[in-house]
Design a binder for this molecule. Structure first.
Ligand code: SAH
Length: 223
């Protein structure tokens, strides 16, 4: 981690980032705050050095342990969806991974609590978030399918891993009016992004689009 550089050079330059933002706009991302944060957040520090030159491409990339950093488009889309309900003060993220989505969220909402089941990924994410001086983030090593009861209720929950069925605990930890953005699907090729709102008397689900996420797995890994 000593070698991570915040300053953008070469493929991490301002022009490369601008191209990414333009691509996101072409794909329908409209929220200017989200676009500004994607432009200013150094995605290259969330990726191993060997792949950092691809950081501003709109693609997911491997981060080890068979996991991937999410595609900028999907990070922008999910963040935009969550913010469409208004200002958010308390957000839960399931699947910290590289910490990139966490960093984007942390700059747009009050407080982010983020859970990762693979300890070495969480350790790296913690260092990157500290480097960016993002202090409104709490990280936890556990099974995110159980939510984070002590921090609930949440006005938004974002899951970066796909279960075959929406975990009951996540629904229960939503505030009234709160929203859960979560990919759902048995097989990787057949996931749909669900956008679930908790109402006074139940839940309303909108199905947004086809998506590709890693599966939500139970249990934790320490190495
Ligand atoms: N937003 C992250 C996505 C990483 S991929 C990024 O852009 O880097 C999804 C992550 O979810 C993986 O790191 C995986 O280990 C984690 N994950 C899968 N199941 C989980 C669970 N039950 N609890 C917590 N994290 C989980």
């Amino acid at each position: 981690m000593d070698s991570i550089e915040l300053a953008g050079i070469g493929m991490t330059s301002q022009r490369t980032r601008e191209r990414l933002v333009k691509r996101l706009q072409e794909q329908g991302i409209e929220n200017q705050d989200v676009l500004d944060i994607i432009r200013s957040t150094p995605r290259h520090i969330f990726i191993d050095e060997a792949l950092a030159h691809r950081a501003y491409e709109d693609s997911s990339l491997p981060i080890g342990f068979n996991q991937t950093i999410s595609r900028p488009y999907i990070v922008a889309r999910m963040t935009e969806l969550l913010l469409s309900k208004g200002a958010l003060s308390n957000v839960l993220e399931v699947g910290t991974g590289s910490g990139y989505q966490t960093a984007v969220l942390a700059q747009l909402v009050g407080q982010v609590s983020s859970i990762e089941r693979i300890r070495p990924l969480q350790d790296k994410a913690r260092k990157r978030l500290a480097l960016l001086k993002l202090r409104n983030v709490n990280l936890r090593h556990s099974d995110g399918g159980m939510g984070w009861k002590e921090k609930a209720p949440f006005d938004a929950i974002l899951s970066a891993a796909a279960p075959s069925e929406v975990p009951e605990e996540l629904l229960e930890q939503l505030a009234i009016g709160g929203i859960l953005a979560i990919p759902v699907g048995e097989q990787e090729q057949q996931q749909k992004l669900h956008f679930i709102t908790r109402t006074e008397d139940g839940y309303e689900t909108d199905i947004i689009e086809d998506v590709y996420f890693v599966p939500l797995r139970s249990g934790v890994r320490i190495s």
